[in-house]
Design a protein around this ligand. Structure first.
Ligand code: ADP
Ligand code: MG
Length: 640
């Protein structure tokens, strides 16, 4: 049963922290309202009466003398205690207060009094294992002389006046008072975040030492290529290209994140990087999250390099076995310079000849410990990530502490801003009219809902319900399709292609649509129950329209949190939006951006403990600067 909770050893058990606490405190009847939780102690005044209903159901009643008051207590299924409940026995009763009848419907009965306030730990448990048992195991364990490794360096313990770690652990499981409990929680959180930041910072420092590929590339050649493009790079694109060029020609291994809004032009930056890498004689791999995107990149890149002597291939799960073997052979022999594909590029059967650069597009989830694992001959390729969820620099520094970050803040001109409005469900007529206005002009619409199907647990909109409604409104005139995560990849692709070819005019979808497709003719995005999403997610969704010079619209439908959502009606700047997201919801969606494996904390929470994270960040940087942390980190890896 403990294993089910992830507990395999003593260390796991004592660091299995309560997820909340019950404050057990004698209730003050004067301030108690009807139906409130009540905790009351006193003497039993009369012999309890017991009623049995069925074999397993009973009800017991007695009067509790609190010294100032006589209360009626009712408790179910504790008949087996009757013999111990004599007149004069001192008990504590926990239950619900019935003010009118001055009585308690008890859920718990304890012998003796709770003289002082008690803080009771509450653990996540599993079937067959009670909170009490767990509490007992941990208590017994902590009575022994346990040695526990403290990962906070002593100078920091002094700085923050931290206790001995065991004291804090004891406090967490068996708190004596709230003040000490808070201090102990804070310290254990700090320690986790300190270790996390130490690992991140160490990766970064290490990386700078770690040798990458050294190249010699004439920037004039790069410039020539850039000048032949049908447009001029924006200043941010230009700066990012230079950052990447510097990384590539320097000896250190590149580990760079390029972040910029949807449509900011990250792809061309990636393509220029591939060209630089090509000029220095290496293969490049470009990995996209979906087959559709991979194909999009492939066609685009083939087109751009049609007059160059560069060989491009596409490798996705869809490619037939025989053809695939042929492609794999040519990758291995080095015949292909640019290899475009999905995650299949990482699979074991792909052997590269001399891979110099790996680019991951729209990949929001990078692991701290994740290094490019592509099978390569001898070399360590440089790594570039593209992310369409821009986050402000201060947060990027903590979240992506192990990477260098380039930001593309301005979108190439020519596109109109998407007009965003906020509507209530009662405005549905308006909304339908607005959709119709776009459809009439031959444009297409996305409609987003949080759920796939009806749920008895919530009354959020689901896509089947919307499909029915949209069919009623538009079914005679237009074709409607649905898209969601439970469909197979083939089904999804079929629907997407139909939408792309305008065989479907209204696409009803869950947020699976978030990553991906570029349908220039889609000009309307309607998002139901918008309050369910973070601003950054909504901004991403909105980015599916406005891919063209035609005016596009986004309608957010929500009956609540309108103030938060209003931010989106005022700006289309992804950096500002994520900043706002952070201000309003803690980190909002941002910390979903890293692979959750990195973020498995026992007690810390990046959303709520951001201030402690900042402390830990600074401290760990200083620690690394002034100490040799290798032995320290070695030890961390053993226990983690
Ligand atoms: P994203 O950053 O979302 O990946 P893309 O790279 O797909 O954006 O760029 C969106 C569109 O903008 C593409 O059609 C691309 O050709 C175009 N584009 C990119 N850079 C520029 C630029 N400097 N001037 C004009 N158009 C550009
Ligand atoms: Mg892109």
């Amino acid at each position: 049963m403990l294993n089910k909770l992830g507990i395999y050893n003593i260390y796991d058990l004592i660091t299995f922290y309560p997820f909340r606490y019950n404050l057990i405190k004698r209730s003050d009847l004067n301030s108690l309202m009807d139906k409130d939780r009540i905790v009351m102690d006193g003497y039993i005044e009369n012999t309890p009466t017991l009623f049995r209903f069925k074999s397993k159901l009973d009800q017991m009643r007695f009067k509790l003398n609190t010294g100032s008051n006589l209360m009626n207590v009712t408790i179910y299924n504790r008949g087996f205690l009757k013999n111990k409940l004599n007149i004069g026995t001192y008990v504590t009763v926990i239950g619900k207060y019935d003010k009118i009848h001055n009585s308690i419907v008890a859920s718990e009965l304890r012998f003796g009094s709770i003289l002082k306030d008690t803080i009771e730990p509450v653990y996540h448990t599993t079937y067959g294992l009670s909170n009490n048992q767990l509490e007992q195991y941990i208590k017994e364990l902590l009575e022994n002389n346990i040695e526990i490794k403290d990962y906070i360096p002593s100078f920091l313990k002094e700085k923050y006046l931290f206790n001995d770690k065991l004291i804090d652990i004891k406090n967490i499981h068996n708190p004596k008072n709230l003040n000490d409990l808070k201090k102990s929680i804070r310290r254990l959180k700090y320690e986790e975040l300190f270790i996390f930041m130490l690992k991140m910072n160490n990766l970064k420092t290490n990386k700078e030492i770690k040798k990458g590929l050294k190249r010699v590339v004439d920037y004039n050649l790069v410039n020539e290529f850039i000048n032949k493009l049908p447009f001029t790079l924006t200043p941010d694109q230009d700066k990012t290209v230079k950052d990447i060029y510097d990384d590539l020609v320097s000896e250190k291994r590149m580990n760079r994140l390029v972040q910029g809004d949807v449509g900011s032009g990250k792809t061309i930056v990636a393509i220029i990087s591939m060209y630089i890498n090509y000029l220095s004689g290496y293969q490049s791999a470009l990995m996209a999250p979906t087959e559709i995107l991979a194909e999009q990149h492939y066609n685009n890149i083939k087109n751009i390099f049609k007059n160059y002597n560069i060989n491009v291939c596409l490798l996705t799960g869809k490619i037939k076995a025989k053809e695939k073997l042929e492609i794999l052979k040519k990758i291995k022999s080095g015949e292909y310079d640019f290899i475009i594909g999905t995650h299949s590029l990482q699979s074991d059967d792909v052997e590269y000849n001399n891979l110099g650069l790996v680019i991951t597009d729209e990949q929001h989830r990078f692991g701290v410990n994740q290094r490019s694992s592509l099978k390569n001959k001898g070399t360590t390729p440089d790594v570039l990530y593209l992310s369409a969820t821009p986050i402000p620099r201060t947060y990027a520094l903590t979240l992506y502490g192990d990477m260098d970050v380039s930001s593309i803040k301005t979108n190439p001109g020519g596109k109109k801003d998407i007009i965003t409005t906020l509507k209530k469900e009662s405005d549905m007529k308006d909304v339908l009219n607005s959709i119709y206005k776009e459809l009439k002009q031959g444009h297409q619409a996305y409609i987003i809902a949080p759920l796939i199907e009806e749920s008895d647990k919530s009354d959020l909109k689901n896509i089947y319900e919307l499909e029915e409604n949209m069919n009623k409104a538009f079914g005679k005139l237009y074709n409607i399709g649905i898209l969601h995560g439970k469909m197979t990849d083939i089904e999804k692709e079929e629907v997407m292609n139909k939408f792309k070819n305008n065989e479907i005019q209204i696409l009803i979808s869950t947020t699976v649509i978030e990553v991906g497709i570029d349908v220039k003719n889609a000009t309307m995005m309607v998002i139901f129950d918008s309050f369910r999403f973070g601003l950054s997610t909504l901004h991403q969704l909105r980015g599916r329209v406005g891919r063209n010079t035609i005016q596009s619209y986004c309608i957010l439908i929500s009956n609540k949190e309108t103030e938060r959502l209003n931010v989106l009606t005022k700006t289309t700047d992804g950096f500002k939006i994520s900043e706002e997201d952070f201000r309003l919801r803690g980190s909002g969606d941002l910390f979903g951006l890293r692979q959750s494996g990195d973020m498995k904390f026992k007690i810390a929470n990046l959303k709520n403990d951001y201030k402690i994270l900042l402390m830990a960040k600074e401290d760990s940087e200083n620690f690394i600067k002034n100490n040799d942390v290798t032995p320290y980190l070695d030890e961390l890896n053993i226990t983690s």
